[in-house]
Ligand binder design. Structure first.
Ligand SMILES: [Zn+2]
Length: 201
């Protein structure tokens, strides 16, 4: 494979990027000056070196060195008894922008596909997390996207939590319908998220 194709192939692995768009990225990089490319490469290296997965919520963030916790997990003013499950790191960022939520997070990293055959989420990690912290929870909020896979995962997890004896003290809630059908959480604006959180059932 030549260098042009290798770089194109790397970009096609980005979420939502097809071969044509990947090729445009490559030519864009070629047209920039050396300084831009050096900054770009360093930014990737620095991010990879300094941004790690939080040991608690599993999102990627700049962590506190001693605790390996992100800012949100290290913040003792947040409510420990309420846990929100989201699909992606960006969902946490959106929810934080809404300013309506003060509890804890766990990032699933994906969903169970609607066919029920494939799971892209951190199921094992979630089980470990709930074993450790589940008994103290009063509410678990399922904040998945209003997509078929998101809804399937909500049902799947609700059923699972009902059978979990460690979670008897926790009410399982789902974000209310202010979120339009088919929409992903990361594209919802702050007001919509605030409303969806208020209307949880
Ligand atoms: Zn965290």
């Amino acid at each position: 494979m030549n260098d042009l194709n290798t770089l194109t192939e790397l970009f096609t692995q980005f979420p939502g990027i097809g071969p044509r768009q990947a090729r445009r990225f490559v030519f864009f990089l070629l047209r920039q000056n050396e300084g831009y490319r050096t900054t770009f490469i360093r930014a990737i290296q620095n991010t990879a070196a300094h941004v790690k997965q939080c040991s608690h919520c599993l999102r990627y963030a700049q962590l506190h060195i001693k605790t390996s916790l992100c800012d949100l997990c290290a913040d003792s003013s947040r409510v420990d008894e309420v846990l929100m499950l989201v699909e992606k790191d960006t969902d946490v960022e959106q929810m934080e922008k809404s300013g309506a939520y003060t509890g804890r997070y766990f990032v699933l990293g994906g969903t169970v596909s609607v066919t029920g055959k494939k799971s892209y989420m951190r199921e094992k990690e979630l089980a470990v997390f709930l074993k450790k912290y589940g008994f103290g929870l009063t509410e678990i909020i399922l904040a998945l996207s209003a997509t078929p896979d998101g809804e399937y995962t909500t049902d799947y997890l609700s059923a699972k939590f009902k059978e979990d004896s460690e979670l008897t003290g926790a009410t399982v809630t789902v974000l209310g319908r202010g979120l339009s059908t088919g929409s992903e959480l990361e594209y919802a604006d702050a007001a919509t998220l605030k409303q969806a959180l208020k209307n949880r059932v």
